[in-house]
Design a protein around this ligand. Structure first.
Ligand code: NDP
Length: 241
């Protein structure tokens, strides 16, 4: 069945592939982004998908933005919490700004984005919340104590929220991608990336579309029995659970 779906960070990288795939599956999609107007305009003209600019770390902006989406497109049935940032550094040199920026965008956003939509989903008896965590939230990553903490928090949040909402037709799942070929990974120094790829049994980076396909499944009516799951998609780099 066609639903209204919001994808945070939906104009670039993994989020852009998710938004396109949800549209291709028949859903009405709103793609949120933070500040890169040029990328958002390009995405909008390529896909015809509506774009909405707000900061997912700002509770008031999320409530206003989600109200705008609901007024334009209808009540939100599917929320994909995908927006994320990195501010890498060894912890003994990390400053509070690096820590707080990553926690705010990657973890506070679970609250600020999900809280405004969850009551409506419960009342209507249908909802799909899909959170994008990371391999580094599962295993920890040197130089990413802030990011690893936030992404591990996303997993805990997913499991708790799944239990709270299972009886109301609202499923909550998360995906832990491994290294996916996006701007975020392009920022990793080449020598580091070479070593990372050498440690991926499939022998390459993942493609954003390979994450998007899983989101389409988790958003579907067919996935009603899948809740609280942590889906690992990483080319075999880290075999969790
Ligand atoms: P990109 O850096 O390619 O894209 C990030 C997107 O998030 C952009 O659309 C950006 O908007 C948006 N965004 C960033 N901050 C905010 C904010 N405060 N409010 C709203 N939107 C925001 O990231 P990826 O596609 O690589 O990553 C997507 C998700 O997947 C992230 O959560 C990331 O942590 C996770 N992930 C990525 C992996 C990878 O290898 N790439 C591996 C594992 C997890 P704008 O264009 O305006 O800047």
């Amino acid at each position: 069945m066609a639903r209204v779906a919001v994808v945070t960070g939906g104009t670039r990288g993994i989020g852009s592939a998710i938004a396109r795939a949800l549209k291709a599956a028949g859903h009405t999609v709103a793609a949120n982004y933070a500040g890169n107007d040029e990328a958002a305009a390009r995405f909008k003209s390529e896909t015809g998908i509506a774009v909405y600019k707000w900061d997912v770390g700002d509770a008031g902006a999320c409530a206003d933005g989600l109200a705008r989406v609901a007024a334009d497109l209808g009540p939100v049935d599917v929320l994909v919490n995908n927006a994320g940032i990195t501010r890498d550094g060894m912890f003994h040199r990390m400053n509070l700004e690096q820590w707080q920026a990553v926690i705010r965008t990657n973890l506070d956003s679970m609250f600020t984005m999900t809280r405004p939509v969850i009551e409506g989903m419960r009342e209507r008896g249908f909802g799909r919340i899909i959170n994008i965590s990371s391999i580094n939230g599962q295993k920890g990553q040197m130089g990413q104590s802030n990011y690893s903490a936030a992404k591990a928090g996303v997993i805990g949040f997913t499991k708790a929220l799944a239990q709270e909402n299972a009886a109301k037709g609202v499923t909550v799942n998360c995906i832990c991608p491994g290294y996916i070929d996006t701007d975020m990974v392009a920022a990793v120094p080449e020598d580091v990336l070479k070593k990372i790829i050498a440690g991926i049994p499939v022998g390459r980076l993942g493609r954003a579309e390979e994450i998007a396909a899983a989101v389409v499944y988790l958003a579907s009516d067919a996935a009603a029995f899948a809740t609280g799951s942590v889906l690992t998609i990483n080319g075999g780099q880290y075999i969790a659970n």
